[in-house]
Design a protein around this ligand. Structure first.
Ligand code: C5P
Length: 429
């Protein structure tokens, strides 16, 4: 596949070398377009050696080959990593004052953008509006992640890891391998829901063969300062058991992994996330192509309003500290609203209910609020649920009917959950 990697001028440009490298190692023909600012951060010889192609940067070079349009026309996929706030603004408004801007405008290939900037710039109204505009045009935004930024600051704005960017980008074009130059690559970066997943050439047999299943597992962590976070006790066991069960039944499985305490079976494609914001981003990207979405992760409902740049010290914070928390978006409810035709969306609800009646009552109301197709309910408490090997669940479907109750190992429960939701998938399986 012909992949154009656009690199703009942020410090994360050095990490773009690994994006290029990963694509080349997968056998793709990679053409780098570096802005002048990018070349201040990473050298042309490095990019040429790694991409095995000349690096393009000057709009006025190679004019005879009409390069300002030909590179974009030949591209099957465009990845821009890192995308600075300036580059996002230029893309959003269709500016073409450099080779990268011209290439994007001249191309019908999907565009995947990995922003990287300081937290304040990412949170700025102008950037928010530009990102929303790009998304509305079907451009896929990967990240940014939260973590250590340049210097001492910590927060949202760090470029996603190169492997995650490459995986998300290849998922957008349907996991095209090196020889799939003409793989279904919809215009303007929209998802390609009808093509096969990366790494799942053999869809296998089983009642989920040919289906794409997206599962979230584990618990998100919301940073307070560089060393502390607000988290929860989820181990990810039930979500990983679901991934294993779906894989066994022939599905191609992507797992959004938020701090798992258990290993993931080989064959499952894993995307690591830290915070609810990262989970939301990854879920939106990967749900575009999923037939079944199961949100088993315990997502933080709130995050600290501000992340301290330095470790909070008792010497300065005193005897009593008040944390201000802000509400996180409800990812499951958002996915349910945005789901494409025929996609089945399943949520989980862990409740500290006194008994099963209360569990079901609370669950039905939650199912209604979230707008998903099924809700898997389980009781949790100090000694119930989380790190345990076994689980006991009740599954309610839209409308409130109980469709299944199961208890046993998390593997057994996983299969019973898939059995319960299977009828909704059958018409397309
Ligand atoms: O509202 P509650 O946290 O009980 O809902 C649990 C379900 O909603 C789970 O499927 C969880 O993954 C999802 N969830 C979410 N976004 C949140 C909170 C929960 O997607 N902010």
């Amino acid at each position: 596949m012909n992949v154009v990697v656009g690199i703009s001028g942020g410090i994360a440009a050095y990490k773009a070398v690994n994006v290029v490298r990963a694509l080349v190692l997968e056998g793709h023909d990679v053409h780098v377009i570096a802005t002048d600012a990018a070349l201040r951060f990473v050298g042309k010889p490095t990019l040429e050696a790694i991409s095995r192609n000349p690096v393009n940067s000057d709009l006025y070079e190679g004019v005879a080959q009409v390069r300002h349009v030909s590179i974009g026309q030949a591209a099957d996929l465009i990845i821009i990593a890192p995308a600075t706030a300036n580059t996002l603004a230029k893309l959003a408004h269709g500016l073409a004052d450099d080779l990268l801007g011209n290439t994007v405008l001249a191309s019908t290939a999907p565009v995947v953008v990995a922003p990287a900037m300081h937290t304040e710039m990412w949170g700025n109204q102008a950037t928010r509006a530009n990102v929303a505009l790009l998304r509305s045009r079907g451009i896929t935004i990967v990240g940014p992640a939260s973590g250590r930024l340049t210097g001492e600051d910590v927060g949202a704005g760090r470029m996603s890891e190169p492997d995650d960017i490459v995986r998300a980008a290849l998922a957008v074009v349907g996991g095209a391998g090196p020889d799939d130059a003409a793989a279904p690559a919809p215009a303007s970066g929209s998802a390609a829901p009808d093509s096969a997943d990366p790494g799942s050439a053999d869809p296998g047999s089983g009642d989920l063969a040919g289906l794409r299943v997206l599962i979230s597992a584990g618990g998100t962590r919301e940073p307070l300062d560089p060393v502390r976070f607000l988290g929860n006790r989820s181990s990810g066991r039930q979500g990983v058991a679901l991934a294993a069960a779906a894989l066994e039944r022939g599905a191609s499985v992507t797992l959004l992994a938020a701090h798992l305490e258990v290993p993931v079976p080989e064959g499952v494609s894993v995307v690591h996330v830290q915070t609810a914001a990262e989970l939301e981003e990854a879920a939106r990207v990967h749900a575009q192509r999923a037939d079944l979405v199961i949100m088993a992760a315990a997502v933080a409902d709130y995050r600290p309003a501000a992340v301290a740049e330095q470790k909070i010290k008792k010497e300065t914070a005193g005897d009593r500290v008040t944390l201000e928390l802000v509400r996180n978006p409800d990812i499951l409810a958002g996915l349910a609203v945005e789901r494409r035709d025929g996609q089945v969306v399943v949520g989980f609800a862990a409740e500290t209910a006194a008994d099963e009646d209360e569990l079901v009552r609370v669950g039905r109301a939650k199912l209604e609020r979230k707008g998903c197709d099924y809700l898997v309910l389980n009781r949790v408490g100090w000694s119930l649920g989380f790190a345990a090997e076994d689980n006991a669940v009740v599954v309610v479907q839209r409308g409130g009917d109980i469709v299944m109750e199961a208890s046993g190992s998390k593997a057994t429960v996983a299969h019973r959950i898939l059995d319960a939701v299977h009828p909704a998938l059958l018409p397309r399986a």
